[in-house]
Design a protein around this ligand. Sequence first.
Ligand SMILES: N[C@@H](CCC(=O)N[C@@H](CS)C(=O)NCC(=O)O)C(=O)O
Length: 302
Amino acid sequence: MAEENIVTLYGTWTSPYAKRVELALKVKGIPYEFVLEDLNNKSQLLLNYNPVHKKVPVLVHNGKPIAESHVILEYIDETWKNGPKLLPDDPYNRAQFRFWAGFLQQQVYETMFLVMRMEGEAQEKATEELHEKFEILEEGMKGLFPDGTPFDGENMGLLDILMCITFGPYKAQEEVLGVKIINSEKNPLIFSWVNSLIEVTLQGSWASPYSKGVELALKLKGIPYEFVQENLANKSPSLLKYNPVYNKIPVLVHCGKPISESLVILEYIHETWKNCPRFLPDDPNRRAQLRFWAGFFDQQVR
Ligand SMILES: N[C@@H](CCC(=O)N[C@@H](CS)C(=O)NCC(=O)O)C(=O)O
């Protein structure tokens, strides 16, 4: 009999720690159920699963909980040996990866957090500090990957995942904060590394903006769901059966019934789970206008 493999992730839709774990699950192609936690009113399950820190993320695999994102990432890599490896096999290289993962977490991420929280002079100082940390990181990466850049363009490893979650949205952050987070001249390696990660996340099936929109809606509504990874180069018979017209993701299967096309799915979610937040106004005229512009954005802008 096939071994039971039930994976549930407790997280919030904004937690960068939970996002790292989600990205690792998607990179590995592991189906999982996402349970949205309200950190102002934590569920008894979360408190039972993580009594020490009482924090998300918690990954529950076949009933057994694992807490702390870095512990979870290593667990995933050691448990699902197929698919891309998050850490190299060689013990020395693994040690190096862990060292730089710690640096990213404790030094780079924490400084980036200050850049986001501070204003004025304090923000300038934090940004300078971030650039200094980037210089150290660049030198470290040159030593760790003497033959080229850290990311091979296909398979994300542990360091790629940490960089991607922290700096993937850097262009939007630069606009909002009005500071230069990544300077292509000062930190060319970081610049090309992060940009190639962004490029691959835009292309990957698990990162499809259409699927992401649906995932965000489910998370905002607090609807637990199982995410099934599709290989778009070799679509599964289930996908072809569920969406025989377009053969495309996303498909939402609710109580065995499939719904396709992201805008249709979003409206279905809105009408089925009537709790807050509401995605569409009640007034039919405003609804029509919103549908019109959502269609325009979808077909013309995207
Ligand atoms: N070291 C933890 C940090 C996790 C963490 O800080 N989670 C935050 C959300 S981003 C949380 O659950 N906060 C709730 C609280 O502090 O009560 C990890 O890597 O998993």
